[in-house]
Ligand binder design. Structure first.
Ligand SMILES: [Zn+2]
Length: 481
């Protein structure tokens, strides 16, 4: 929901002094709406801050792959199936989800765990997707002046950077948001209603159980009363009224009933989040009691195996996994856990064998590709890792994780020029052009490059220097902030 950044921004405008921050050029500000391209640039800038600087960002390719698959299935059923979207997870027990400018949709781990079905989780994502496809953010932001935008965006970045560590910012948000929400209520009700309506269509179009939406939102609202003044973040920023729930129920009652089974991946993701929560011993206890209640549930067994591995009980984890593999349908989640257990047991070659087979069975899985290259580097097979990663980079040149793996593989191979070249791409994609340029300058000075490699480094160096000059010029023109 775009309400989160916006409500936050407006409230924090009172609480924090304006701070200078590097911002992208906003482009054509004469129009009343923010242009899609400008929205994307702002969103990209913010997501880089979250992804590379916010400790709460969940850096888990398996879970990220799942939420993106779920999210894109919904986007495909929207009226903007080709619009850019990406989905990510924030480690946070509170119930929240939010859309940033440019189609970046974040969901808290607490919300994933609170969903009692995949359709429920999909209903929240559908609502956020609707905020984006209906251009609510652009409309609200477009009403601010460009100077106001700069201030708002810089505050947003400051808040996001501080959000995981600082209690102060939490308090400031809670104190300021009531007034901010009130002043935005005119938009809020209309936009929320539209996001509910469009989100429900998306949910239905993607083949989910539409009753998931009123049931989840109603449970969220029931939960609010228990929290008293400390309502779940989702509701604080997303005012949820009985009227909204009644509207949803009305619409749902006229739709066709459809029984929808959860994908097993939904269960694996919930189990993985549980296995990683709290202390290892507590996670083991939690998953043991869940498995006792659902002894035939493969995903609970997976969760317990993962918690046991975390607690260092590797033999038990292995036994649990072997049993799971015996009677659950094939899953990349099972294979990746199997490889992690083997790596923990110092059987790197076994992990590589397992993941090589898994890659053939699940060729579209990015997380399996990363895990294989990582296992190869860890077990003294960096040449195989580098060649596999290079192949994947042919179609995914903007994948930071692949460049990181390539840099590690080249380092292990002693190819110093190549190592720094790859590291330069990591920094460039993370938005740190000066660091990227520095890596290329280091690469030039290494002695192991041949003529062709040196020319490639020089060409890339010229490109990045030019891009850096352009960005600096844009920022100066934009207001000298
Ligand atoms: Zn909303």
């Amino acid at each position: 929901m775009m309400r989160r950044p916006l409500a936050l921004l407006l409230s924090l405008a009172l609480a924090f002094p304006v701070r200078a921050v590097d911002l992208p050029d906003l482009g054509d500000v004469g129009t009343s709406d923010l242009s899609t391209a400008a929205e994307r640039r702002i969103g990209d800038e913010i997501i880089r801050e979250i992804r590379w600087k916010d400790a709460a960002y969940l850096d888990d390719p398996e879970i990220e792959e799942y939420v993106n698959r779920l999210g894109h299935r919904l986007v495909a059923a929207s009226d903007k199936p080709l619009q850019d979207f990406d989905f990510f997870v924030i480690k946070d027990p509170t119930l929240n989800a939010f859309a940033l400018p440019g189609g970046h949709v974040g969901v808290h781990s607490g919300l994933i765990l609170a969903a009692q079905s995949e359709s429920e989780l999909a209903s929240v994502l559908g609502h956020e997707i609707a905020h984006v496809t209906q251009r609510h953010i652009a409309q609200i932001v477009g009403k601010q002046s460009q100077a106001g935008m700069a201030m708002l965006a810089s505050l947003l970045i400051a808040v996001l950077a501080a959000r995981s560590s600082s209690q102060v910012s939490e308090a400031a948000i809670a104190a300021g948001s009531a007034g901010a929400l009130q002043s935005q209520l005119g938009y809020t009700r209309d936009y929320e209603r539209e996001a509910d309506r469009v989100g429900l269509q998306v949910l239905e179009g993607a083949g989910f159980d539409v009753r998931g939406m009123p049931s989840f939102f109603e449970r969220l609202q029931r939960g609010t009363r228990l929290y008293e003044n400390n309502a779940p973040a989702y509701l604080r920023t997303h005012p949820l009224t009985f009227e909204r729930i009644a509207d949803m129920e009305n619409r749902v009652s006229s739709m066709r009933y459809r029984q929808v089974l959860d994908s097993s991946d939904f269960g694996y993701v919930q189990a993985k989040l549980r296995a990683q929560a709290g202390l290892p011993a507590d996670a083991v206890k939690d998953l043991e009691s869940r498995l006792a209640q659902q002894p035939r549930d493969a995903t609970q067994r997976y969760g317990l195996a993962r918690a046991l591995m975390r607690a260092g009980r590797l033999d038990e984890a292995q036994a649990m996994l072997d049993k799971l593999r015996g009677d659950a349908p094939p899953s990349s989640f099972i294979e990746q856990l199997g490889a992690e257990i083997l790596l923990a047991r110092k059987d790197g070659a076994g992990a590589v064998r397992l993941l090589s087979t898994a890659q053939k069975r699940f060729p579209g899985s990015r997380s399996v590709g990363y895990a294989l290259a990582d296992a190869q580097i860890l077990s003294g097979m960096p040449a195989a890792a580098a060649s596999g990663v290079r192949q994947l980079l042919n179609s995914r040149g903007d994948d930071v994780r692949l460049w990181q793996l390539l840099s590690r593989a080249d380092q292990a191979l002693g190819k110093r020029t190549a190592q720094h070249r790859a590291q330069a791409e990591v920094y460039a994609l993370q938005g740190s052009l000066p660091a990227a340029i520095e890596q290329l300058e280091i690469a030039r000075r290494e002695a192991d490059a041949d003529f062709y490699e040196l020319s490639a480094v020089d060409a890339r160096l010229r490109e990045l220097k030019q891009r850096y000059r352009d960005e600096k010029r844009d920022k100066e023109r934009f207001g000298g902030s």
